[in-house]
Design a protein around this ligand. Structure first.
Ligand code: NAG
Ligand code: NAG
Ligand code: NAG
Ligand code: NAG
Ligand code: NAG
Length: 573
């Protein structure tokens, strides 16, 4: 039996209490420990975050093997979503100044010049900063494009509460400009490659895409609510494009969501479970377009993901195939030799608790061919169909799924040390805590799983009734306006065109070259949008009577700026 001595850790309780293994008992003792552990990691006055600026969330107080004494935009935003939910749902009204501090800290971080750029040139996707709010300049997996999306989601939750409580001035004048920077970033850059949430793979990542989609939907709704409608059309059209892209991660043959589009792994990844819980919207029911927790796709994916760990962790051996097991980030993980993670384990429980609440709200469970294997774990003879809440099948399935979900909590409980502190990982052979101690995100994961188990539903974000467009439209990313001016004397019937090294310049194809106009003859001109921050090679060509004449070598070359416009003043060569 482990002994939980809160008094020595956070001074909350006066006496030592035992920590039994049931999910009920675990949450009743662990939730206050997790809350205190999370607050201890927030500056300026957190007990374990000495040196952190006001509102800055440290990832962990651990400074060696690994050194996590930094602030990540992703982790901080997920942590502040928990805090903001607790505040806005009226569970803890003391948290407002924390949220105000977070807002002030993040608004300052947005403006810090960093290796990803300036606020206007891509700097918003910088993944982590020093805890005094200065840039971290060492090598890192950057950019990470989930940060701005998650930060805006946390702040939008707060903004909506303020609006409902008569404080629209602060929202419009102070919060909105900061939220808008993040939303504009997402809207422009969502279709550029990104490092995933584990900071390892540079491609596209399901979690990133899912949270980007959510941010633009609720950002559009907020903008409309406060009458800042200039960007609403852009947010809506990009959200639709993202939702279209989101569908492409689903692999119908294998029945799971491929977490990243690159990296050479199976793609079975906690990334997908985290995406489902962080985009849960009970009003969307079990909608599979947004991969809601009880959607057939998310459930099928959950089974494949969980099962992928049954044979890779020694602590899972001997556990029967329909029971909870320890789970980690992805089965091929080698970080610290590859172990289960607490936040991944709580996330599985949370997806199922979210699902249980949603089935209750919908009034039925639907079993489809996609989710059949998931449900057969709990009822081997269940058939596809809809089981209303009054049916024996509904009662049996929901009860077994609750037990299964609690099983994941009980595994985390079993490997939680006596002081209730939660690290990043637990050893795959011994279950002992590993890697960073007191990981703030781990504590957040306890709180969100516990809240869902207790029936708490975060505010809707507009996932209900969405359909993905049939055809995906890519987004070219940040563009700048470039004017080509070339002095060229021509004979009647002869025209000047430009071709070059990027799509817009037709990838050097003379057949589809872009025509310039001679309104200021002999200057021929054309203005086009080209990718920002890019080296462009180009040449002018003449076309006369079907004959193409190229400029002489070498190719012309220039770098587009990060923002604004650029004018080229050339002479035909
Ligand atoms: C609006 O909210 C902000 C942030 O908490 C606060 O500083 C301000 O005093 C509030 N204004 C009113 C009128 O309540
Ligand atoms: C960009 O979007 C297109 C269309 O949805 C998709 O095929 C492509 O993989 C995306 N690329 C990135 C890096 O997001
Ligand atoms: C990430 O991948 C993209 C597309 O393959 C590539 O252009 C970019 O240079 C890569 N970024 C880094 C930091 O490796
Ligand atoms: C100009 O660019 C084209 C396309 O990349 C290339 O084939 C050609 O060799 C280049 N010309 C010179 C002189 O480098
Ligand atoms: C071309 O001319 C315009 C107008 O005089 C000037 O602003 C611009 O800087 C010139 N471009 C280059 C590349 O020199």
């Amino acid at each position: 039996m482990r002994i939980l001595c809160l008094a020595s850790v956070f001074g909350l309780l006066g006496s030592a209490v035992s920590q039994p293994a049931s999910a009920d008992a675990y949450f009743s003792t662990e939730l206050p420990v997790a809350k205190a552990g999370l607050l201890a990691n927030i500056g300026p006055s957190g007990a374990k975050s000495s040196g952190a600026k006001s509102g800055i969330v440290i990832a962990s107080p651990n400074t060696v093997n690994p050194n996590y004494l930094f602030t990540w935009v992703r982790d901080s935003s997920l942590v502040f979503k928990v805090i903001t939910d607790q505040f806005t749902l009226g569970q803890d009204t003391s948290l407002r100044s924390q949220i105000d501090n977070f807002f002030t800290a993040e608004a300052a971080l947005q403006q810090v010049s960093n290796p990803s750029g300036l606020v206007t040139t891509g700097g918003l996707a910088e993944p982590k900063f020093n805890i005094d709010g200065t840039a971290f300049t060492g090598p890192w997996g950057r950019p990470q494009r989930d940060g701005p999306a998650l930060r805006s989601t946390a702040l939008i939750t707060y903004a909506n509460w303020l609006l409902s409580n008569g404080n629209s001035t602060f929202v419009t004048n102070t919060l909105w400009p900061v939220i808008k920077l993040d939303l504009d970033y997402v809207s422009t850059y969502w279709n550029q490659s990104t490092f995933d949430l584990w900071e390892e793979i540079n491609s596209s990542s399901f979690f990133t895409t899912a949270v980007q989609h959510r941010a633009l939907r609720e950002g559009s709704a907020l903008a409309t609510r406060i009458g800042q409608t200039a960007s609403v059309g852009t947010y809506d059209s990009q959200a639709a494009n993202i939702l279209c892209f989101l569908q492409t991660y689903w692999n119908p043959t294998t029945g799971y969501i491929t977490a990243n589009t690159g990296g050479g792994r199976s793609g079975k990844d906690s990334n997908t479970v985290l995406a489902s819980i962080h985009t849960w919207d009970i009003n969307a029911g079990c909608d599979a377009t947004t991969f809601q927790p009880c959607s057939d796709k998310a459930l099928s994916n959950l089974k494949v993901y969980v099962d992928s760990f049954r044979s890779v962790y020694p602590i899972n051996s001997g556990i029967n195939a329909a029971s909870a097991v320890a789970v980690g980030r992805y089965p091929e993980d080698v970080y610290f030799n590859g172990n289960p993670w607490y936040l991944s384990t709580f996330a599985v429980a949370e997806q199922l608790y979210d699902g249980l609440l949603t089935w209750q709200s919908v009034g039925s469970i639907q079993v489809t061919t996609t989710s059949l294997a998931f449900f057969r774990q709990f009822s081997p003879s269940i058939a596809t169909g809809t089981y209303t809440s009054t049916s024996p099948q509904y009662t049996q399935l929901t009860s077994a799924i609750k037990t299964f979900a609690d099983g994941f909590v009980e595994i985390a409980a079993k490997y939680t040390p006596s002081n209730g502190g939660i690290a990043e990982q637990y050893d795959k052979s011994t279950g002992a805590p590993l890697s960073a101690a007191d990981l703030t995100w781990s504590y957040a994961s306890v709180l969100t799983a516990g809240a869902s188990r207790a029936g708490i539903k975060p505010a809707s974000w507009g996932a209900s009734g969405l359909t993905a467009p049939a055809k995906c439209v890519p987004n070219p990313g940040p563009q700048v306006s470039v004017t080509f001016n070339v002095q060229a004397t021509t004979q009647f019937g002869e025209n000047i065109f430009v071709v070059g090294s990027v799509d817009v310049l037709q990838n050097w194809s003379p057949d589809t070259a872009l025509p310039l106009s001679a309104t200021n003859y002999p200057t021929w001109s054309l203005t086009v949008n080209l990718p920002a921050n890019t080296n462009i090679q180009y040449k002018y060509i003449r076309k006369f009577n079907g004959q193409v004449t190229w400029e002489s070598d070498p190719n012309n070359s220039f770098n587009t700026p990060a923002t604004g416009g650029f004018t080229l003043n050339d002479s035909w060569r």
